[in-house]
Structure formats: C-alpha cells, structure tokens
Design a protein around this ligand. Structure first.
Ligand SMILES: Nc1ncnc2c1ncn2[C@@H]1O[C@H](COP(=O)(O)OP(=O)(O)OP(=O)(O)O)[C@@H](O)[C@H]1O
Ligand SMILES: O=C(O)C1=C[C@@H](O)[C@@H](O)[C@H](O)C1
Ligand SMILES: [Mg+2]
Length: 170
C-alpha cells in the first residue's frame, strides 16, 4: 500500500481530526497543509488570506503540495478546504490518485464553522448562502479527485478513520 494520502473535504468536515487518527493507525507522519503554509509565510493562514488574497494564498498552497512531493516517507496530509479550487494543486492531487474525501453534510459543517466566526474566504453579507454555493460546487470537485470517499455523517472521527482503514485494506 502506498502510504501517502491527502484528506480532502470542505472546511470543518473533520480532515485534521481524522487525519491525525489515521496517521496513528497507519504509523506514519501527519501533516496539515495549512501549517506548512503558515511556516512558509510566517503568518497564520486566515490573516495571510485576508491580507494578500486568494491568488497569493493558492501559490503558497501549491508550494506546500510540491514540498510534500519531495517527502520520501509515508504520511497523511490534511489539506485546506479550498484545494479543489486551486487549479495547479487540484491537477497534482488528481494525478496522484491518493486523496480521501470526507463528505460531511452541509448543516453539520456550517454549524461547526460559525461557532468560530465567519471565515476569511466568505465575503458576502449572507455567509450561509455563500457557503452553501461553495459547498455544492466543491462537492463534485472533491469527488472527481478522490481515490475514495467516506461519509462523515453522524460518525465520530474514530469511526470515520476505521471506515477509511477498512476501505484501504479491501
Ligand atoms: N466526526 C466529528 N464529529 C463531531 N465533531 C467533529 C467531527 N470531526 C470534527 N469535529 C469537530 O469539528 C471541528 C473541525 O474539525 P477539524 O479541525 O478536524 O476539521 P477540518 O476539516 O480539519 O477543518 P479545517 O478545514 O478548518 O482545517 C472541531 O471542533 C472538531 O472537534
Ligand atoms: O475553504 C477554503 O477556501 C480555505 C480553508 C482553510 O483551511 C484555508 O486553507 C484557507 O483559508 C482556504
Ligand atoms: Mg484542519
């Protein structure tokens, strides 16, 4: 089994929670793409996105993906929710065919997100509808780049992790 997997899915679907558990289960390293970006730009991603905009953020994101291509050992990497809208990163991950999509219902993720305030990438005065449009358009992009898809509906991170391991081993 090639143990280099990217966890994809909309913001707060559970990528980091599941990614950490999956890495432990497979005994490999865990990376968070947003953390790699933060280290490279010396700023938290939210502030970087707000200050420099989408294009600069996506360039930094692709640099982080390319950095991981050079890593020789196995790993699990939780990506940012916007990776599917970054054409260059999307093409790289699509070719690698090792992305795992956590598909969590809209209402569940929206209520998790809004607890911490409106994220930087939602700009309108109707963030719920703006996020719904984003959710719908991203859903099919994640599906098109995924090696496998698991539902995150009403399951704990450990249950989702077990389902992924089961599918990877089948
Ligand atoms: N399966 C789950 N059941 C209940 N709560 C969850 C589940 N997965 C994640 N959460 C909660 O949702 C929030 C976001 O989780 P997490 O950071 O794992 O998501 P993420 O997809 O990595 O988010 P981001 O896109 O912002 O990096 C956290 O508060 C976490 O505890
Ligand atoms: O969903 C998104 O567009 C994003 C999610 C975050 O994790 C960051 O990667 C960034 O703020 C973009
Ligand atoms: Mg995360």
């Amino acid at each position: 089994m090639d143990s280099r997997f990217y966890i994809i899915g909309i913001k707060h679907c559970g990528k980091s929670s599941v990614g950490n558990l999956l890495a432990k289960e497979l005994n490999i390293n865990f990376y968070d793409l947003d953390d790699i970006i933060e280290n490279s730009v010396n700023m938290d991603v939210r502030s970087f996105y707000k200050t420099y905009g989408k294009e600069a953020f996506q360039k930094a994101e692709t640099r982080a993906i390319k950095y991981l291509e050079g890593v020789k050992h196995g790993f699990i990497c939780a990506t940012g929710g916007g990776i599917c809208d970054n054409i260059e990163s999307f093409e790289i991950l699509k070719k690698l065919k090792n992305s795992i999509y956590i598909n969590t219902p809209f209402d569940t993720v929206y209520s998790r997100i809004i607890k911490n305030g409106v994220p930087a990438f939602l700009k309108s005065n109707d963030p719920k509808n703006e996020f719904l449009e984003l959710y719908k358009s991203r859903n099919y992009k994640y599906k098109s780049m995924a090696l496998l898809e698991v539902s995150g509906d009403n399951l704990t991170p450990q249950e989702i992790t077990s389902k992924i391991v089961e599918q990877l081993r089948s």
